[in-house]
Design a protein around this ligand. Sequence first.
Ligand code: ACM
Length: 821
Amino acid sequence: MPRRFRLAAGVLAAALIVPAAPFAATAAEAPATAGPTALRAAMPANLALDAVATASSTELDDARFVPAHVNDGDTSTRWSSKYVDASWVQLELAEPAEVATVVLEWPNACARAYRIQTSVDGVEWTTQAERTAQATCPRVDELSLDVDEPVGFVRMQGMTRWSTWGYSISEFRVYDAPLPEPEPQLPLVPAPVSLERADGALVLTDEVEIEASGDAIAAAEYLADVMRPSTGFALPIVAEAEGQAIDISVADGNAPAGHEAEGYTLEVGAGGIELAADTEAGALNGVQTLRQLLPAWIESEQRTDVEWSVPFVSISDYPRFEHRGLMVDTARSFYTVDEVKRLIDSAAPLKLNRLHLHLTDDQGWRIAMDTPAENPSGIDYTDLTGISGATAMTYNRAGQLMGTELGRTGYYTKDDYRAIVAYAGENGMTVIPEIDLPGHTNAALHAIPQLNSAGSSPKPKPGEVTVPHQGTGDVGNSSFDANNEHTYAFIAEVLRQVAELTPGEYLHIGGDEAHTTSHADYVKMVDFASATVADLGKTVVGWNEYASTSLPEDDAVVQLWTGNGAAVRDAVNTRGAKVIMSPANKTYMPQKQDGRQPLGGTWACGGPCTLENAYNWNPATQIAGVPESAILGVEAAFWGEFIRGVDQAQFYTFPRLLATAEAGWTPQSGKVLAEFVERTGQLGTRMTVQGVNFFPTATVDWRIDAAPTVTRTPVTATPAAAGDRPRSSKAEIDWRVIAPSTVPAEVTAELVWSDGTRQPVALASTAASDIVAMTQNSAYTGSTSRNFHASGAHVGQLEVTVGGAEPVVAGTVLVTVPGKR
Ligand code: ACM
């Protein structure tokens, strides 16, 4: 699809320069809108829906792949051909039409080259368009045709397959008119419940103050911390503002009724910004929205000269679900405290509010435990991290490396853990620690001799008192012994210490994949753990396998990942359990997003788990009989078999985490895939500036953006004499250009001034977008310098060209040179 143009306004206001007047089109860019984020232009009717599809062949002659799936309006079904280059699929329209646009969705086996042909009679065919694709699938091709006579048939005639497979098309759409450009969306993810726009925008000045007191101070400080480095504004936090203000108020009655815990309202008008909530959490949610309404460059650590404007909006907003989580598997591969903080930095702006730390598993134990003074079992709890903090994922059973390197070892001291809890808290996130048991316990069994007994598995080698380290990705072969008293002493002590460290209300006890444990033993150990958590005053959480145990009445949470819906329904209906939805095929992040990713699973979705797939689901219809009221929320999980370090974690998690965030926040009726994808395309700049190493999803039209940082020196006549006035003014401009999914060789830039002067800008990049290397980095820098001899305003537009496409006006600079006296 063509990249869309955007005029990003940038304004210089430096010393000697009058405060810049608002310039360019930010304010007028988008029309006033209704609905969640924008009006959508009316789409022409898809004529394919009433057509009859036939094809040259069907893959494996399997009913799942028949031609009728190509025009059934359902992107989860597809037509696939046999493995022959010349395969075709065609639509016989209900009545002849002037076909203007064809859209083909290729889910997982696409054409390298093909033709779109039309026919009046289905016998003689005319080639209307020929496409040689640059990118493999998943891919959406939109082709404009110039057909002036009505035709009865439209055909995709394959020329060259991508590889050995045939062609797969999930939807073949046909329109008798050009498709409207998507309406501009405000780049808000998750989309708010209610948003109204008015024409115009508030331009913040360097005098702007934040008005806050009492419980609003924390949100005010958070906002100031985000805004100060990039704007260079002082942003004092004051009890009463004197001029332009961002007014944050936390008081009873502020939030939308019924949504006091996390709701907020946000009004942006010519007079200023007003954010109101009942709670600190609500105010922080409003701050995250305001942050996304500001230009993406607000995320920069570096001062940037763009117009800091906020569109006029009136927002009333609150979450659909209380729990919006991200799970991090620290056990298979460790993340340092700083890496966890980076993950929090990338998740919090999406209004995610739970950080689930998977702290223990077969491969490693990551949380330091002390040996208590009273310790009849004689267990040395410091061995947990002393021994199993030094282990991680190794090779799989076939001797293969599953990631780019072995899993990383390490552990959190109690102070490290407290630091994570505190940092998460500042970002509105509650930590949920998970101690996985009675399976996934090889690391504990490897460290603690007392846990190895007749009923535990696996068994120590002859002459040894603990089991060997298990670093493969294999699951289901470790278990505690239900008939060993030390098992219970251990569970009680570990949960006690973890509860003591954790201010949040939840403790997760795992309970998944205990395949070597008998059901009776499983229930005995899990019941003990659940009761212990309840005695500690916390709410127990476990994976869906534990739904069949004696969950504490009205005080247990089941996290669904796969399998037994009936047991989960039963837990909800008979024991008042709540459910966290983490269906693997929607929220498991180590799954490939795209066939081009070299690592990662494909089991959860039977192929890549695409961004669209991560978006297209409804938590309330996952399990019949589990209504919305029983759902605590949603959670994305990234497991550690393949993933090493925070850059890779982000490369697998983003942008799909945006989809999970919206599943947790936005009402189902407010979710529109095309709008979400458009908003995601805008957020690429923000993520890049923030340092989020997101995957450059092929189906997203990633926005190209640029911003200047300008220094200006008056040039004095030489030799300088007393009383000389500046004769000219030199502006040096450092540009940053964000062009996701590009490589340096294809990106060029030129600065075009209002007086017609053109300056080429050499762009440099430290790394190219490289899917195999898992580097998204498509951020470029370049510098220009110009001497201005004329006073007045000089406007420059940075035009960026990618791969020979039309140039995009990606950024604007205004230099105002004072007149000589
Ligand atoms: C899980 O994926 N074993 C919860």
